[in-house]
Design a binder for this molecule. Structure first.
Ligand code: F6P
Length: 328
């Protein structure tokens, strides 16, 4: 029989993403609904090691569903990667009589949670919070949809300048090693070409594609480049290459950067966060541990943390084809 859960803790760790606050709110309110205590842990695993805890009730999380970032703050903890650090964290949890932990974050956060569970048998459930959408076991990570909308809005604005000045813009977007943001936002923003790590386009094909665009009558172009793409690794070198090898292009680079991680979460992310928070708490109450909650075929499902971390999120080949056809 699993131990009866009376008190849960929630933390956010790794890079922040829009919707994290909404997820904390959902965890706190689900705890209140089920009459169990909820503790907010500040600064991710750092705060867990130091016992930086605060008791939360339903009213503690008012007015945050629409706020970007995470009011619990986030950190990438080096100490939690050590056995000593995790031992300190376990001691703090036991002292505070906490029976389970909801960890909101990406693969680094889940790796920490999984090792912690293996070492101490401490019940953990993960909520995937990252704009990169690089976690297996969910069609959408928390913040991905909002980041897409932010990027599309930026591309729309850049296009105004691109077309006014007949310019070619390389727009670099985040995504770490994957191209989900680039591919989706590129299609939605009407990009002429999209460079992603999953598909090695090669410089030659990029040049061909730009030439084709020009011949077809386009006077300006937008190329969306994922930060993890091989050609895009140094986007300024890409600009220099076009400047030196292709005539008549007025090239500019726009690196969107951390603005992609901020801002009010979209409706989709708020609903997703609320569903994930409830599922996380109720899973722990049912005695489930070492899982991540995710959205699969419209339903909340559990995936073992190990699979969530190690499984590869495949790029949608149909989207790739659509993007090729759209750049005709
Ligand atoms: O994982 C989210 C993310 O924003 C990635 O897209 C990006 O590569 C990385 O974090 C940036 O990390 P930092 O905020 O530490 O510079």
């Amino acid at each position: 029989m699993p131990k009866t859960i009376k008190k849960l803790a929630v933390l956010t760790s790794g890079g922040d993403s829009p919707g994290m606050n909404a997820a904390i709110r959902a965890v706190v309110r689900a705890c209140a609904y089920h009459n169990i205590e909820c503790i907010g842990v500040y600064r991710g695993y750092e705060g867990l090691i130091e016992g930086d805890f605060e008791s939360m009730d339903a009213r503690s999380v008012k007015g945050i569903i629409n706020k970007g970032g995470t009011f619990l703050k986030s950190a990438r903890s080096k100490e939690f990667r050590t056995a000593e650090g995790r031992q300190k964290a376990y001691k703090k949890l036991v002292e505070a009589e906490i029976d389970g932990l909801v960890a909101i974050g990406g693969d680094g956060t889940f790796t920490g949670a999984m090792i912690f569970n293996q070492e101490f048998g401490f019940p953990v459930i993960g909520i995937p919070g990252t704009i990169d959408n690089d976690i297996f076991g969910t069609s959408h990570t928390l913040g991905f949809d909002t980041a897409l909308n932010t990027v599309v809005d930026a591309i729309d604005k850049i296009r105004d300048t691109a077309s006014s000045h007949n310019r070619l813009f390389f727009v670099e977007v985040m995504g770490r090693d994957v191209g989900h943001i680039a591919l989706n936002a590129g299609i939605a923003g009407g990009a002429e070409e999209i460079l992603i790590p999953e598909e090695d386009l090669g410089l030659e094909r990029l040049v061909d594609s730009l030439n084709r665009s020009r011949k077809s009558g386009k006077s300006s172009s937008i190329v969306v480049v994922a930060e993890g793409d091989k050609i895009g690794k140094n986007i300024f070198e890409l600009k220099d290459f076009v400047d030196q090898n292709m005539e008549g292009y007025d090239v500019r680079v726009s690196v969107l950067g951390h603005m992609q991680r901020g801002g009010a979460p979209s409706c989709f992310d708020r609903v997703l966060a609320s569903r994930m928070g409830v599922k996380a708490v109720e899973s722990l109450l049912e005695g489930k541990t070492n899982y991540m909650v995710g959205l699969l075929n419209g339903k909340m499902e559990l995936t073992p943390l190990e699979k969530a971390i190690k499984g590869k999120t495949k790029i949608n080949l149909e989207l790739l084809r659509v993007s090729d056809i759209m750049s005709t």
